[in-house]
Design a protein around this ligand. Structure first.
Ligand SMILES: O=C[C@H](O)COP(=O)(O)O
Length: 251
């Protein structure tokens, strides 16, 4: 269960938030579900210090990565910098990056490779806009983003990727993709991984669903055979709610 905070919570709020999560999750059930947070870049050092100092099992990562290693790229953050902060994950190709920062599949692919180069696990975000779904092209569109993001990525790297299926029309809108609809696309993503690599690799890759996930709908989504986790936006900003989502099995 990963919480993408997007552009919310400063570094002080981040500390309080992660402390609350860690306290609420620190019991025997905690290890049953891997919990990760993706704070803004400016929070990462504070989160790292807290996680290291208190030996928390919460994982963390960034919301984006530069395709470049270093140099004159004002405002960018490199994979080496994220690795130095001991990030585990980095989201790549989130629809908000594709929409507001014109990230193409080529750029997303370069970022996936940059993540692997620096030992980070990419969470490759894919998913269709509303008009594409209404035209019935959601599966083909999403699979082409999977293929584009993984172009020339070898199996020994791709086996650790996390893929987040996030239909754009369900992000932050309260419109949840039906569990069956989410399953349809997640199953197709697994099929595409089997085609690109092998069934064995496809079976071990974690596929998340994202888009208005809340404590009230997570159990139904997680019951789908090809949904292995969730990438949670808005609801991850409320620590109590995010804990309920991570504890979906208790429902
Ligand atoms: O990365 C998370 C997704 O964009 C979902 O956001 P949301 O839970 O606010 O709809």
């Amino acid at each position: 269960m990963a919480g993408n905070w997007k552009m919310n919570l400063n570094h002080l709020e981040a500390i309080a938030h992660v402390q609350k999560l860690a306290f609420a999750l620190a019991d025997k059930d905690y290890e049953a579900v891997e919990v990760a947070v993706l704070p803004p870049f400016t929070d990462l050092r504070s989160v790292q210090t807290l996680v290291d100092g208190d030996k928390l099992k919460i994982k963390y990562g960034a919301q984006d990565i530069s395709a470049h290693d270093s140099g004159a790229y004002t405002g960018e953050i490199s994979g080496a910098m994220l690795a130095k902060l001991k990030c585990t994950y980095v989201a790549v190709g989130h629809s908000e990056r594709r929409q507001y920062h014109a990230e193409t599949d080529e750029i997303v692919n370069a970022k996936v490779k940059a993540a692997y180069k620096h030992g980070l696990t990419p969470i490759l975000c894919v998913g269709e806009e509303l008009d594409i779904r209404e035209a019935g092209n959601h599966v083909a569109h999403t699979l082409s983003q999977v293929e584009g993001g993984l172009k020339d990525v070898p199996a020994e790297q791709a086996e650790s990727i996390v893929i987040a299926y996030e239909p754009v029309w369900a992000i932050g809108t309260g419109k949840v993709c039906g569990a069956g609809d989410a399953q349809e696309v997640c199953q197709a993503i697994r099929g595409k991984l089997a085609e690109l690599y092998s069934q064995e690799l496809a079976d071990q890759v974690r596929i998340q669903y994202g888009g208005s996930v809340k404590s009230g709908n997570v159990a139904e989504i997680m019951a789908q055979p090809d949904v292995d986790g969730a990438l949670v936006g808005g609801a991850s900003l409320d620590a109590d709610e995010f804990v309920k989502i991570a504890r979906f099995r208790d429902q």
